[in-house]
Structures are given as structure tokens and as C-alpha cells.
Design a protein around this ligand. Structure first.
Ligand SMILES: [Zn+2]
Length: 622
């Protein structure tokens, strides 16, 4: 956020922050807010503001070449994008103050929000107000001479510089709702993989931490790339801060569309636990660090680059290719549920590629491509034990802490039944053929017996979790004081149920295991995802992936995966779209989805981009 600089210490500051709004104070002396963390170039500054009167005066300084020490540094060495509806055509909102003439004066009435977009592209400065072009200055053409001390010095400016927001004084107020920075999309020159890598760095730098998300920033970035490449695209959604992006490249329509999807939000990053800034897209030793590098801006960047490539190369497509980037996958899936209910025709497809597949080389030389075709369903459970409160000096049989502890232990110790679906049957069969999993082969025919399941658990907990609904106690809550027996105790359990079971079946079974009238087993709420059949292993998309992988590696094996976690793909599967987690990238050591120092090597990323191009062409071309 900008560094506040009051020109004369002791004077009242020109701005206050109230209810999340930045407000300029009438009659306060001139004051600036400077942003000096980095120089800004090749970016769009988006400023959303309203004014209390036509003569309300403020401004955005850009291209300040040196770290400003006084307001004159901003006024004279920088350039001011003016906010003042009452000025003449050289001194009004959206012009470069005293230098350029307004091409339009598209002002909203006093009290309504205006959107000022200032694009710095090399030396060129483009200003749009409420979507209408006001200024387009190439940075070198002559401008009228400077006539007053407080006008910008004439002469060249750097491609990037510091920025500031001005409070001009006067008796009117300017209120700012948003001052945000969007990197300019990578220029379309260069090979597919170079462009994809540039998109990835840009996307990581757009902070879409959820909550609050602010995914519209990614949506607008994607829209800009689509617009520049002539790809029809729309921003959709009920919340202007959390828009979804949908673009479409038309095919001949002989087959139904292919959907490429990736969510636009990321989980929070605790900066103190990272070795680099999680939103700087730092590259060290060929590895790009940043929140979203794995989950899942890498996939989004690859999908964007391939979509642009299809358009630029005028590839003849049998089916439409739809690119979707949806908000809020990491918290409530509100965007995906909204899209399915309100914009189905925009995203309806025969099948789609989504997050959470990966490939990995085995010591025996096989390369295993794991394609996510099925997901477990989060089924959150709350246990509540009731009893009678009393003095800790007299033990009671109905102490709810004791009942709760027993219930938790019973649930964790109980065998949850084994059930297989088409995905897990194929997965276990494929793994049993690998030398490293030779122990699995004799268990295959009797996986559904408790003995075999126990052996799997001893050998490999990840495989075990694919066989059953799992139960993990995660929170406990009871008591206020060491000598007081409480009358209630609670626990929450993270239960991940197999998609072959209903929630009601799971709750009923857990109640039977707890078997204690003092303890209730309840739905703890949270994200509700549909349970669905696995995506088919015989669609043209699955078969195309298999073929591409086999061409890619002599010992390729394509294995369908039941994922322990959940994605937005479940909503589409519930509507009959076969969604696959596409294994574009190698798993590099421990996965760092949601972890500190999340990262991806650029070689891995680049080869994944090319793999995606091959898959899309194999399934979508005429
Ligand atoms: Zn994700």
C-alpha cells in the first residue's frame, strides 16, 4: 500500500481511510500518497473513485523517475493524470495535466463511481475513463510548452517509475474505492511456451487470495489477452469483485465443445513463512516461486496460451474450445454453482480438462500419467456430547468430555467399509503391475476384505485412503476451567466419503459406531459438493490423452485417479460433463499445493504447455 507523506509534519493529513474507502479531506493542505515499493511500468492502474462536486480535484502521478522526496518531485518529474471535471480540455479528468487534450469527457454524475484505467505500455500512456478513451499519448510527440511552475517538466520519461495519488485541497472530496495494479499481458511475440511462462508470471503477481478473492482482476487480465487476440470472451457473475471469465473459439460444430478450466483464486500465503515474496513470481535456478504456481495458475496460464495459439494459428476445430476461469474454488465454490445455475449455455461441453493430475517416473522406467476422474466428497461431521456440569472434585458418569473422547476414539478405530468404483479398480490394477507395488498383486482379488485393506494401510496410506471413507478428528472444544466439569463438549471431524456412498448412509453408520445417546452426530455444514459417477475412461478426450502420452514416452501408462480432495469439477460431472484432472506437469518431490514456497520448475511448466497443446489438437481438431 502507498506510503503516506504529509508534506509538513504536524499538519492534518489530506486523506483518511474509512470503511475501506480512501477519502480526501476538504480544506486539508495538499498531500500525496506515494507507492515506492517498486517502479511501475507495463501495467494498468485501475482507480475507482467518486467526487462530491464537479471541481473536486485529485490526480494520479505516474512515471516519477526518482523516489520522491517532496511533492515537487511528483509534480515536476512525474506526469499527472488529472481528476477535475471543471478544468478546460488540457486540465480535465483523464488528460496528462497541461500536456494532452481530452479526446472525450465521459464523466459520471457527481456521487457515482468512475473507473479510470491508466495503461503504461513502454513510453505510451493510454487513459480510459468509464471505458471511453480520453488520452493516448506516445510519450515522444511534442506537447504545448510548460507555462507554470506546478506543471510537469517537458521531456522524456522512463518506461517505468513510481506512482502517487494526489490530494489537491479545495472544498470538495474525492473518495477512492479501488486503486489496483494489473500487469500488462505478455506481448504476443515469441513461442507458445515463452508466452505461457510470461502469462504465468503475470497471473501469480495478481494477488487473488481467497478470502476475499478479488478474482475480477484475473478475469480482466484474461479478457484483455482475449481482446487483443480477437477471441470472444465475457465476464460473468453476480459479484463485480469476483467475476468469472469465459472465452470461446468456434469450431465447425460437428462435435460438442471441449472445456479448458482452471480456478482464478488461491489460498492465503503467510509471508513470514516464505523465503520469497509469494506474489512476486521470483525465478531462482529455473524455478518459479509463488502462490498459485502449482494450484493452479500454471494450468490457467497453459490453457490461456494454448487457446491464444489455436486462434493465432487459425487451427480448424471440429468442436468449440471454451476457456473458463472461475472464482472461489478454494472456499465456497459459489462461482461454479452460480455458473451451473445461471450461465450453463456458456460452459456446457462434452468434456473438460481441470486441475489435479500429474505424471511421475517410476524407478522401473514407466512414466505414470495420473488422470483425476473421480473425487471424494467432503462430508463434515460435528459430534456434540451433553452431560451435567459439576465440580471437578467429584467424577461423574455423564461427563461429556469422557463421552466425546470415547466417541472420537471409536470412530477413528472403526473399519470403514471398502468400496471400489471404475476409477479405483483400474488404478489398483495398474499399480499392482509395477515392480515397486508387487506386494499389491496378491491382494487385488480380495481388496474388499478387512485383512487386505489392513495390509494396504500398512504399506501405503495414500492407497488406503482411496479404498474407504476416511475420518480425521480436527477440532475439540470443551470446558472453561480445570476444576469445572462442563455440560457440553464438541468435536469436528473431516470426513471424506467415497462417491459411492450418500451422506445419509455415512451419518447413519457413524451414529451406529458411536452408539451413545449422550453424543449426537451432526452435519457440520460447509461446502456441499455433489457425489458423482467417475468420468468415463472411453470418451474421445480420455482416449486422446492416452494416445498423446504414449507418443510422449515409450513406457507411458495412463491411470485414472480418485482424488482425496475436491474440486469444482464435481459440479460439472453432476451435469454429465466428463471432467478430467489433466497430468500436464511432473510431480516434483512433495507437492506444495497450499504449502509455503509453492513453486514449479520452468522446464516442467514449458513441457506441460506443449503437452496440453498436443491433447487439445488431438481431441478438438477436424
Ligand atoms: Zn486448485
Amino acid at each position: 500500500m502507498p506510503r503516506h507523506e504529509n508534506p509538513s509534519p504536524g499538519e492534518k493529513p489530506g486523506f483518511v481511510v474509512r470503511d475501506g474507502l480512501l477519502i480526501s479531506i476538504p480544506d486539508a493542505p495538499e498531500d500525496d500518497l506515494w507507492y515506492t515499493r517498486e517502479k511501475i511500468g507495463n501495467a494498468t492502474l485501475r482507480v475507482v473513485y467518486k467526487i462530491s462536486a464537479e471541481n473536486a480535484n485529485s490526480g494520479v502521478f505516474i512515471r516519477i523517475p526518482v523516489e520522491p522526496k517532496s511533492e515537487d518531485d511528483a509534480i515536476n518529474k512525474g506526469i499527472e493524470v488529472q481528476i477535475d471535471n471543471s478544468g478546460d480540455d488540457y486540465h480535465c479528468t483523464g488528460v496528462l495535466y497541461s500536456m494532452t487534450k481530452a479526446m472525450a469527457r465521459p464523466y459520471k454524475p457527481v456521487g457515482e463511481w468512475n473507473t479510470l484505467e491508466i495503461t503504461l505500455r513502454g513510453l505510451r500512456t493510454i487513459v480510459k475513463l468509464n471505458g471511453v478513451l480520453v488520452t493516448d499519448y506516445d510519450g515522444v510527440s511534442p506537447v504545448p510548452p510548460k507555462t507554470r511552475q506546478y506543471e510537469p517538466d517537458r521531456g522524456p520519461r522512463p518506461e517505468s517509475g513510481y506512482i502517487a495519488i494526489q490530494h489537491h485541497g479545495g472544498d470538495a472530496t474525492v473518495t477512492f474505492k479501488e486503486i489496483s495494479l494489473l500487469p500488462e499481458p505478455a506481448r504476443p511475440a515469441g513461442a507458445l511456451q515463452d508466452r505461457a511462462a510470461a502469462y504465468l508470471a503475470d497471473l501469480v503477481r495478481i494477488d487473488t487470495t481467497n478470502p476475499p478473492g478479488n478474482e475480477s482482476r484475473v478475469a480482466r487480465y484474461l479478457k484483455r489477452v482475449a481482446d487483443e487476440n480477437g477471441i470472444p470472451a465475457e465476464l460473468l457473475g453476480p459479484d463485480p469483485d469476483r467475476l468469472n471469465f469465459v472465452a470461446r473459439i468456434k469450431g465447425t460444430g460437428t462435435a460438442r465443445p471441449l472445456l479448458l478450466m482452471a480456478h482464478s483464486d488461491v489460498v492465503p500465503a503467510d509471508r513470514s513463512q516464505w523465503s520469497v515474496d509469494p506474489f512476486a513470481a521470483t525465478v531462482k535456478d529455473g524455478v518459479l516461486y509463488g502462490r498459485g504456481a502449482e494450484d493452479i495458475k500454471s494450468l490457467l496460464a497453459a490453457e490461456l496460451a494454448v487457446t491464444v495459439e489455436l486462434k493465432r494459428s487459425r487451427t480448424r476445430l471440429a468442436r468449440d474450445v471454451i476457456l473458463l476461469s472461475e472464482a472461489d474454488e478454494e472456499a465456497g465454490s459459489t462461482a461454479m454453482s452460480w455458473l451451473v445455475a445461471n450461465a450453463w449455455s456458456s460452459i456446457d461441453a462434452e468434456f473438460g480438462l481441470n486441475e489435479f493430475g500429474w505424471w511421475q517416473d517410476q524407478p522401473s522406467g514407466e512414466r505414470i500419467y495420473q488422470v483425476q476422474t473421480s473425487e471424494k466428497v467432503p462430508t463434515r461431521v460435528k459430534l456434540i456430547a451433553h452431560g451435567t456440569a459439576g465440580h471437578g472434585s467429584l467424577p461423574r458418569d455423564d461427563n461429556p468430555v469422557v463421552h466425546l473422547a470415547r466417541a472420537v476414539t471409536r470412530l477413528v478405530d472403526a473399519e470403514q467399509p471398502v468400496a471400489l468404483n471404475a476409477t479405483t479398480r483400474a488404478y489398483f490394477a495398474e499399480f499392482a503391475r509395477l515392480p515397486a507395488y508387487a506386494w499389491l498383486a496378491p491382494l487385488l482379488p480380495r481388496l474388499e476384505t478387512p485383512e487386505a485393506a489392513a495390509e494396504v494401510r500398512r504399506q501405503d496410506r495414500e492407497l488406503d485412503a482411496m479404498l474407504h471413507t476416511t475420518v480425521s478428528p480436527t477440532t475439540l472444544e470443551a470446558g472453561i476451567k480445570i476444576n469445572v466439569i462442563p455440560n457440553v463438549a464438541q468435536a469436528q471431524l473431516d470426513v471424506r466419503r467415497l462417491p459411492t456412498e450418500t451422506a445419509a448412509e455415512v451419518y447413519a453408520r457413524l451414529r451406529k459406531i458411536v452408539d451413545d445417546p449422550a453424543v449426537t452426530v451432526e452435519n457440520a455444514g460447509g461446502q456441499q459438493l455433489p457425489a458423482t459417477e467417475p468420468s468415463s475412461l472411453t470418451t474421445p478426450l480420455y482416449l486422446a490423452m492416452q494416445k498423446v502420452f504414449e507418443r510422449e514416452h515409450p513406457k507411458a501408462r495412463t491411470v485414472p485417479l480418485l482424488m482425496r480432495g475436491a474440486t469444482d469439477g464435481a459440479f460439472l460431472r453432476a451435469r454429465g460433463v466428463a471432467v478430467y484432472g489433466v497430468p500436464l506437469f511432473a510431480r516434483e518431490g512433495e507437492p506444495r499445493w497450499h504449502a509455503n514456497d509453492e513453486r514449479i520448475s520452468l522446464d516442467n511448466f514449458r513441457s506441460g504447455v506443449d503437452l496440453l497443446r498436443k491433447i487439445v489438437i488431438a481431441v478438438a481438431c477436424d
